[in-house]
Design a protein around this ligand. Structure first.
Ligand code: PAF
Length: 278
């Protein structure tokens, strides 16, 4: 496994390996956990070689504090990746990714007006900028994204369509801690007590799915919000039940689309997201 930091080295190495147009790609911001590793393992199974990028992308942070405290653990990340069969870890600096400031403004229409898009203005524009830059550099045949970031996945698929990029986007299941808490690099920032209490988020989502049959959409929305907020460590920013394509809030459980309940919760200063398919 090679650690490379420049586009030239990356493209040279891919060429040396004879793997052009057969690259599986897992973009990450590092602070890797079992969720990322499951994406990498799936990519290793399905591609000639796998590139994992580690880059904490400044343009997708709308909160400077969040960017500053985002965990950076390259050495540990390398240890975790070593046994997976990943061929290249690409860890560029900001100048390499953005030799010029990226001024592109994407238009994702309604997709970016809800949930994360509404509460983190500019976030998805930054995600689209970095993912398209990384795709340009890595030129993957397939790229792997976790379903925990459900809206991000929809945005990336939409961006690929708009830019007509020749890459297949592969969604990967949410990986959870034993407690049910969805794995996230941000979990590392929680105290032990916060982490224990954060399990209430997924517990509530699982229970909501059981309660669906006897309750309206609005009743479930209210119940989830109240139940999570009852925990003194947790503060719900939003919980919405949306259709899985346009991600627009639904009013009833009509059968012609899949419904997904998406939640963002503050646990102290740490913002956690999760979702469940109803
Ligand atoms: O999901 C993430 O970790 C990031 O948003 C991504 C896709 C690596 C882009 O920086």
């Amino acid at each position: 496994m090679k650690l490379l930091t420049t586009v030239n080295d990356l493209q040279f190495e891919i060429q040396q390996l004879g793997a052009e147009s057969q690259v599986g790609f897992v973009p990450t911001m590092g602070a890797l956990h079992a969720g990322h590793i499951s994406l990498v393992k799936q990519a290793v199974k399905e591609n000639r070689i796998v590139v994992v990028s580690i880059f904490v992308n400044p343009t997708q942070f709308n909160d400077a504090k969040d960017l500053e405290r985002y965990p950076r653990t390259l050495e540990n990340d390398m240890h975790l990746l070593e046994p997976t069969g990943c061929a290249i870890v690409f860890a560029p600096n900001a100048k390499e990714v953005y030799p010029e400031p990226d001024k592109r403004k994407f238009n994702f229409g309604k997709l970016e007006e809800v949930m994360e898009g509404k509460h983190r203005p500019g976030h998805f524009n930054g995600v689209a900028q970095v993912v398209s830059r990384l795709f340009d550099m890595v030129k993957p045949a397939k790229a792997y994204f976790g379903l925990k970031d459900f809206q991000q996945l929809a945005i990336v698929k939409n961006m690929v369509k708009q830019l007509q990029l020749p890459v297949e986007i592969v969604p990967c299941a949410i990986i959870r801690e034993k407690s049910g808490l969805a794995m996230s690099s941000r979990n590392e920032l929680l105290t032990e007590e916060q982490r224990k209490n954060a399990a209430v988020i997924s517990e509530t989502l699982f229970k909501a799915k059981e309660l669906k049959a006897q309750n309206s959409v609005q009743e479930i929305v209210d119940w989830v919000t109240e139940t999570i907020n009852k925990n003194p460590f947790l503060d719900v920013e939003y919980f919405e039940i949306v259709d899985d394509e346009q991600l627009q809030p639904v009013k009833n459980w009509e059968k012609d689309s899949t419904k997904v309940g998406c939640v963002a919760v503050f646990c102290g200063e740490i913002r956690l997201i999760d979702n469940i398919v109803f």
